[in-house]
Design a protein around this ligand. Structure first.
Ligand code: GLC
Length: 437
């Protein structure tokens, strides 16, 4: 009898996650959305030095806890945010519900360290945003930090935040109970959400200064993921752990790197890319949280190229803004977002609802595809001839999307050659439309 019971438990735990129909439909719709806004906002925004300021400056717990007492974003207007998102051609928002500093931007009953209980503002900004998103037809995802520099029960501690004075020592299992309770709140108090975007997994990995080693704790992903899917089957789970997809996850994200690239040092290896929707996240300047002196604002061209390249990998782009402590988005960033929206108004058909095309992306050109139409984005206006080695497709015609002018081409054993010498090229992107047989 006992053996039988043990056998059952073993079989049960070995069971693989199989996504519900709602979840599969949500994955398709998410991947078609292609463009979303990442929002890093919290009490750290007050200090204008990014969301890692507590760790970077080793701010003591009792000092940092003064921040909420004067966090009062009176100019926060969810209508304005969501309208900007739409103007930018974005289809969803992913906002930090709680970042590594442990402060919750929503009304949580399992802690007082949240926007409703601890700030003079006293309102649940996530609730206001969720209501507005629903009104304007924009999906809402919640970023949720697994790592926490404030709570005693985040113990054993991870690799970060160890210079912060005043940290205590509690019970890991209590921390898991706390996270589950908060996630339940996020999954029950804000209507249907797009999903949960986890971050901080890597904090609990051994690190020898060069490479990550074993994980020190059990994150209880099996229970956490199951709870989320039980509460909202359509909600997509992603985890910024920089490794391959873990059972129970519905999409995979790539931080500051295109899928399979590793310019950051923590990029997910190409052989770890899963067969789930992909999303690349990137900052609009050099920071996630509001950074007063960050002048590395990316140009419209850089931003648009990143969006095109992401799409060329079949991936979404989640572009970040760090709103100011008053709740406004920096004017320079608003302008960039509007410029992207204007570009998408003209060229959206070549991005939305596409998947990656038959020609692998590089710095000169990128391909996306919808049905029998391939959109070849020419990013380098200097090129007069496009030459691509072996493209495994049969081509009916090639034309310039804008002027509809036919382009002469050859596609044989020497590869695909398209003559673009007579084309008036756009400095950002000239789209060449390839119709397949
Ligand atoms: C990193 C950072 C974090 C940021 C995230 C966004 O994981 O730790 O601050 O929220 O990237 O991708």
């Amino acid at each position: 009898m006992q053996t039988f019971a043990l056998f059952c438990v073993a079989t049960l735990t070995a069971q693989k996650y199989s996504p519900s129909e709602e979840n599969l439909a949500a994955r398709v719709s998410f991947q078609e959305d292609k463009f979303g806004m990442f929002v890093h906002w919290g009490v750290y925004s007050l200090l204008g030095d990014g969301e890692w300021v507590m760790h970077n400056q080793n701010i003591a717990i009792d000092e940092y806890e003064k921040l909420p007492t004067f966090f009062n974003p009176i100019d926060f207007d969810p209508k304005e945010w969501v309208a900007l998102v739409k103007e930018a051609g974005m289809n969803y928002i992913t906002i930090t519900s709680r970042h590594h500093d442990g402060f919750s931007l929503f009304d949580s009953k399992v802690t007082e360290y949240d926007i409703v209980d601890a700030t003079p503002y006293g309102k649940d900004v996530l609730k206001e945003l969720a209501d507005e998103c629903r009104k304007q037809g924009v999906k809402l995802f919640f970023y949720y930090s697994l790592l926490d520099w404030n709570r005693d029960d985040y113990f054993p501690r991870g690799r970060t935040g160890n210079g912060i004075p005043g940290r205590g020592e509690g019970e890991w299992e209590n921390y898991i109970v706390f996270m589950k309770a908060q996630l339940k709140e996020l999954l029950t108090n804000y209507g249907d959400i797009g999903g949960i975007w986890f971050d901080g997994h890597w904090d609990q990995k051994e690190w020898d200064g060069k490479a990550f080693g074993a994980l020190k704790v059990d994150w209880h992903y099996d229970e956490i993921y199951k709870m989320i899917h039980d509460l909202q089957p359509q909600a997509l789970i992603g985890n910024n752990h920089h490794i391959g997809v873990i059972d129970g996850e519905d999409f995979q994200m790539f931080e500051k790197d295109l899928p399979g690239k590793n310019t950051t040092g923590w990029g997910t290896a190409a052989d770890q890319i899963g067969s789930v929707p992909l999303e690349v996240c990137e900052t609009i300047n050099g920071s996630w949280g509001f950074n007063l002196q960050d002048r590395k604002h990316k140009s419209n061209k850089e931003l648009i190229h990143y969006l095109i390249k992401a799409a060329g990998y079949g991936s979404n782009m989640l572009l970040n803004v760090g709103p100011m402590p008053n709740g406004k988005i920096q004017p320079e960033h608003q302008a960039s977002l509007r410029a992207m929206g204007a570009w998408l108004k003209q060229n959206g058909t070549t991005i939305y609802e596409t998947h990656k095309g038959p020609i692998a992306p590089n710095d000169d050109f990128v391909s996306t595809q919808k049905g029998k139409t391939v959109y070849l984005h020419l990013l380098n206006p200097e090129l007069n001839v496009i030459h691509i080695d072996k493209v495994p497709v049969k081509i009916k015609s090639i034309s310039d999307l804008k002027s509809k002018k036919n382009l002469s081409f050859r596609n044989d054993k020497f590869g695909l050659v398209i003559d673009v010498s007579n084309l008036s090229k756009d400095p950002i992107d000239t789209v060449i439309q390839i119709e397949l047989k």
